[in-house]
Ligand binder design. Structure first.
Ligand code: C2O
Ligand code: CU
Length: 536
């Protein structure tokens, strides 16, 4: 790559670093479950599918009220959530597995909140002193002088003040806690919370540290969407289990450098259980789908070909429901779906990721009266005019390989995490970010604090760009997918394409981060700070 100075972290062999565009696409591996990686890995074919009922995470309960940091006369609900080690069965026929969960479950308790209702959460680290997954001490933030076990919690999709946003370096070890303030001044949306500790984030989330956070509002209330028993989160992630039913996390063939560039498991889990089933009534249901996996991108569909109606994206309702037969969803993206099972009495219906079973819906023969609605219009989502942007930033996504073709590093705009902040949008200004993907993989790019809109994508000539810095397009401007026309906080930056997004940087000044939400990438430098500054 022309003119790129690589600042290698200690331990990297400088001579072995080449920037190679020849990387096997991660996406092709995605099509099936990984059954080959380790001799210790369980053969998923030996596990009976649909043996366990789908668990639902508990609803988070507040333990009283505390003064609001923004107005001490206001008393706001106070929650205390412990992160701790738990043992629980992932499948009926497996022994209990070690996991790390919020509040004793994986996923952790679901927060039920309303737009504008503030709350406080004391996130307590009660984890053991030693990690049970393989730390790579060469990664930034995970050096040998750091405690093995560290956590810091981020509310993904939250418009949160910087001091409560879970900055990756503001981690704390077991025995300590942090009390975070969530103002929730934003539209109804499906958010989620998860660990964000520098350099071990992929391991902590893999261990189980994630949960859902639902914000509701009046616009949504009026729609009479399915509620109560007919609405639930489906947190989907893949895991690799060993023959004892324990979580296995793969390592590279170099013991001094165990990091792997992507993670693909051998079992699919929903709400923490391997390919579960759910007994339902022949009526409408609302499912809040989260792709909570480290690397895997899903193409979800119902095996009988029936439609799913998507009503919302990462940051809330779409303008109107959209009929889908297949839903592409990358790590950290959310899709709010309504599925109508009326007319399917007695049918078992499998939710699949391409050819792989994810879970099964068992529709009862009950006679039901469905009083929910699916209106044609959900919420207005005005498009941000491009002309309102005061600045356009062009930012590249980079992957670096060694001579054997093994990926050893990922960067944003050829810049390491520890280098000075380069993205400093002004508070209340609008910017366009051109994400120039120079790699062969999809990268789900997430910005903290803001919601954004996807403008378009366009394939370009990568080698010319790398040589000359000139963007020569090879095809037409591709508008966003219909189901990307809502507010987003995570976007799939497609390979060899420029993905353009537009965001208004509102809410708070201060230090945030933007990063790839492929957790293996994020932990190996594909994350950068950015700072919202006072309008000058
Ligand atoms: Cu899901 Cu930086 O976050
Ligand atoms: Cu990535």
């Amino acid at each position: 790559m022309a003119g790129v100075a690589l600042h290698l972290s200690p331990g990297w062999d400088e001579n072995s670093v080449v920037c190679s565009p020849y990387i096997a696409g991660g996406d092709t591996i995605n099509a099936s479950l990984n059954t080959a990686l380790s001799p210790l890995a369980l053969d998923p074919a030996k596990l009976e599918p649909f043996a366990d009922p789908l668990p639902l995470p508990p609803i988070a309960r507040s333990s009283g009220f505390r003064p609001s940091p923004e107005g001490p006369s206001r008393k706001v609900p106070f929650y205390e959530i412990e992160m701790r080690e738990i043992f629980g069965r992932l499948h009926r026929d497996l022994p209990p597995a070690r996991q790390w969960g919020f509040g004793g479950t994986v996923p952790g308790p679901t927060f039920e909140t309303r737009s504008g209702e503030e709350l406080l959460v004391k996130w307590v680290n009660r984890l053991p002193a030693h990690h049970f997954l393989p730390i790579d001490h060469r990664l930034h933030g995970a050096e040998l002088d750091k405690p093995e076990v560290r956590t810091v919690v981020h509310l993904h999709g939250g418009r949160t003040p910087p001091s409560s946003d879970g900055y990756p370096e503001e981690w704390y070890p077991p025995g300590q806690s942090a009390t975070y303030f969530y103002p929730n001044r934003q539209d109804a949306a499906t958010l989620w919370y998860h660990d964000h500790a520098m350099g071990i984030n992929r391991l902590n989330i893999y261990a189980g540290l994630s949960g859902m956070f639902i914000i509701r509002d009046q616009v949504e209330d009026r729609l009479q969407l399915p509620r109560g028993r007919y609405e639930m989160p489906l947190v989907i992630f893949d895991r690799m289990l060993d023959t004892h039913g324990q979580l296995l996390y793969p390592v590279s063939d170099n013991p001094a450098a165990p990091w792997v560039a992507d993670f693909f498991g051998n079992v699919m889990m929903v709400n923490g259980r391997v390919t579960p089933f759910l007994e339902i009534e022949p009526r409408r249901y609302r499912f809040r789908i989260l792709n909570g996996s480290n690397s895997r991108l899903y193409h979800l569909r119902l095996a009988n070909g029936m439609p799913m109606m998507q009503i919302g994206t990462d940051q809330g309702l779409l303008p109107s429901p959209l009929e889908l037969r297949r839903l592409a969803i990358a790590p950290a993206e959310r899709a709010d779906l309504v599925i109508d099972f009326a007319g399917h009495q007695g049918e078992p219906i499998v939710l699949k990721d391409d050819a792989v079973d994810v879970m099964q819906f068992r529709v009862s023969r009950a006679r039901v009266v469905d009083d929910s609605h699916l209106p044609d219009l959900l919420r207005s989502v005005p498009r941000l005019p491009e002309a309102s942007a005061i600045r356009t930033r062009t930012l590249t996504l980079n992957e670096y390989n060694d001579r054997t073709g093994k990926t050893i590093l990922m960067l944003l705009n050829e810049t390491y995490w520890h280098q000075p902040v380069t993205e400093k949008p002004q508070l209340d200004s609008t910017e366009i970010w051109n994400l120039v993907n120079l790699t062969d993989e999809v990268h789900p790019i997430h910005l903290h604090l803001v919601r954004f809109q996807v403008l378009d994508r366009r394939v370009f000539e990568r080698f010319e760009y790398q040589r000359t810095g000139h963007l020569r397009y090879l095809g037409p401007v591709i508008p966003p997918e219909h189901n990307e026309m809502g507010w987003k906080d995570t976007v799939r930056a497609e390979p060899h394409a420029v993905t353009r997004i537009i965001a208004r940087f509102e809410g708070y000044k201060g230090r945030y981060v933007w990063h790839c939400h492929n957790l293996e990438h994020e932990d190996n430098e594909m994350m950068r700070p950015y700072e919202v500054i006072e309008t000058g």
